[in-house]
Write a protein that binds this ligand. Structure first.
Ligand code: DX5
Ligand code: ZN
Length: 234
């Protein structure tokens, strides 16, 4: 499925987070989610967030191994220094945090010039309005629905007004930016996020914790599709 063609991925996307996968069996875990739209890869540096995962070398191998394109989520300081490397290794999408970026617009342009989609993420405490100046420079906005750093946390419904505000702003501008949610997304929360305007859903535990990750992906996709209506209202 070509990740660079939004139409090909349909109205909603399900991106399993490999933070919830078995790292010692990564190739097998990737094969179990071959029906996903993207693989969500959480890079953490123990500075921007209090946790540490993996860096460019590991992500490079995942890129070579994965049957589906990579959606890299950088929870790191100094994204200007590191983000272009993930685009260069072939990631289809690279998202960095607004709170960590000195020059978000310049970085978005650099990522796009390297052939990647550019994404910007905001933590629960960061407002929708802080994105309005930069929104047109991005292909994806990631509204964190937990505090970044760990998988398996509970979805924060108080982030939904921000998502609705961003969806309305995107609609007003005629923007086709993707609205992604990440954190605590599963069968009991995906409908609320879809109804608030999300079209791209990260799910870690809900996919890799299931007996059949491929079936979990399809079930999430069906529920999200049923509740998503941002485009219909445009
Ligand atoms: C959290 C990460 C998420 C995490 C989601 O900081 O950005 O991508 O893997 O995991 P679940 O779906 O289990 O909340
Ligand atoms: Zn993430």
């Amino acid at each position: 499925m070509p990740a660079d063609d939004p139409a090909a991925t349909g109205p909603v996307r399900i991106n399993p987070s490999i933070l919830a996968a078995d790292f010692a069996r990564m190739a097998d875990e990737l094969a179990r989610i071959a029906n996903a739209d993207f693989v969500h890869v959480d890079v953490m540096d123990n500075h921007f967030v209090p946790n540490l995962t993996f860096g460019p070398q590991m992500v490079g191998r995942i890129q070579e191994t994965s049957p589906v394109p990579l959606d890299v989520h950088l929870m790191i300081d100094e994204p200007e220094r590191w983000a272009p490397g993930y685009a260069e290794l072939g990631a289809a999408s690279v998202t960095f945090h607004l709170e960590a970026a000195a020059e978000p617009v310049a970085l978005a342009r650099r990522l796009r010039s390297l052939g990647s989609r550019a994404g910007v993420a905001v933590k629960p405490g960061t407002s929708a309005e802080s994105l309005y100046d930069v929104l047109d420079e991005f292909d994806q906005i990631l509204v964190m629905t937990v505090e970044p750093g760990f998988g398996g946390q509970s979805f924060m419904p108080e982030t939904m007004p921000k998502l609705r505000a961003l969806a309305a702003e995107a609609r007003r501008r005629g923007s086709d930016v993707w609205l992604q949610v990440d954190g605590g997304i599963g069968e009991s929360t995906i409908a609320e996020a879809a109804a608030a305007g999300a079209d791209t859903f990260v799910a870690g535990s809900a996919v890799f914790g299931a007996a059949h990750p491929d079936r979990a992906i399809e079930a999430l996709r069906t529920t999200a599709h049923r509740h998503h209506h941002r485009r219909a209202r445009a």
